[in-house]
Design a protein around this ligand. Structure first.
Ligand code: ZN
Length: 303
């Protein structure tokens, strides 16, 4: 059976290789803040199940990673989600402000330079998924990936465009202005429908709820989905046990719950790898049903 290689942080499915490119790890979030429906008692019992890599055993803080995925096919290199970025001002988000993180070095470890990337695809437009879209050159934010076409879901872009038009202040901590608009201005953005074929066997599909135009990416032919890069449909492994928990960051909590439950149900008891945007290692692989929830087939999150 295919396994995620923790040494190289990659996995191969035939001639398609998927790697994880880390921007930040070990970011602690208060459980009750992230998941308003959780209880300390439940998080405590889940902390024994998932371990200290995912939940602090004393404070019960939940740890998140912020990473992109790089997909290499015979003909294309695709970056999915652009994380937090460096040098951005993010008022109210100290962790994300003026960072000088090693994202591009981590990309280089996969043998990829910014110039090599053919497509950048953002599952949605929250600040922690668009940051590396741009970098600062001579005081201007310009696309980090000069040869890439940036794929933005039209429905998602239109939603935030409208919200910015109605707001006096920069929305999404300023990320709309410094990480999305410069890409539009450069002409490198392409607004896509929610169902879009990027390359043969690599297709987006709608997964609305977390944001109104949220999309996910299926890798593999329709008859066999090797992996689903599912962005923020889930944020933390506790949602395998409690798919009904939406985060405080979900724009539509009910729709987010429905989308997550449907997605997990659809791919459970298959060989499809579930690749979320914020799970820490080790937690990547196929899932199976477990009571009213789910668990990773390799035993992480076992009752
Ligand atoms: Zn996110």
């Amino acid at each position: 059976m295919t396994k995620w290689n923790h040494e190289t942080d990659t996995c191969s499915f035939g001639n398609i290789n998927i790697g994880r490119v880390v921007d930040m790890e070990d970011s602690g979030f208060t459980a009750s803040m992230l998941y308003p429906d959780s209880t300390p008692e439940r998080i405590r019992s889940l902390s024994q199940r998932f371990g200290s890599q995912h939940i602090h055993p004393d404070t019960l803080d939940l740890y998140l990673s912020f990473h992109a995925y790089i997909i290499k096919t015979k003909n294309h290199i695709i970056l999915v989600d652009a994380c937090v970025g460096n040098g951005k001002k993010r008022p109210g988000r100290k962790m994300w402000t003026n960072r000088s993180g090693p994202f591009l070095d981590n990309l280089a470890r996969h043998g990829v330079t910014p110039e090599d990337i053919d497509f950048v695809m953002c599952t949605h437009m929250h600040a922690d998924h668009v940051g590396w879209n741009t970098k600062k050159v001579n005081g201007e934010w310009v696309p980090t990936f000069p040869n890439a076409q940036y794929l933005f879901a039209k429905r998602e872009y239109k939603f935030w465009e409208e919200r910015q038009a109605q707001s006096q202040d920069p929305i999404m901590y300023g990320s709309y202005a410094d990480s999305i608009l410069p890409v539009i201005k450069s002409g490198q953005a392409k607004l896509i429908g929610s169902n879009h074929e990027i390359a043969t066997g690599i297709n987006t599909e709608p997964a609305y709820g977390h944001t109104p135009g949220n999309i996910i990416l299926n890798v593999g032919e329709a008859s066999k989905t090797h992996a689903v890069i599912c962005g923020d449909v889930m944020h933390h492994p506790v949602q395998l046990a409690h798919p009904e928990w939406s985060t405080c960051f979900c724009e539509d909590k009910q729709m987010s719950r429905k989308t997550r439950t449907q997605m997990l149900g659809r791919f459970s008891n298959s060989e499809t790898f579930i690749l979320p945007a914020h799970f820490q290692l080790p937690c990547y692989g196929p899932i199976e049903r477990d009571g009213t929830g789910f668990r990773m087939k390799d035993g992480i999150g076992e009752q």
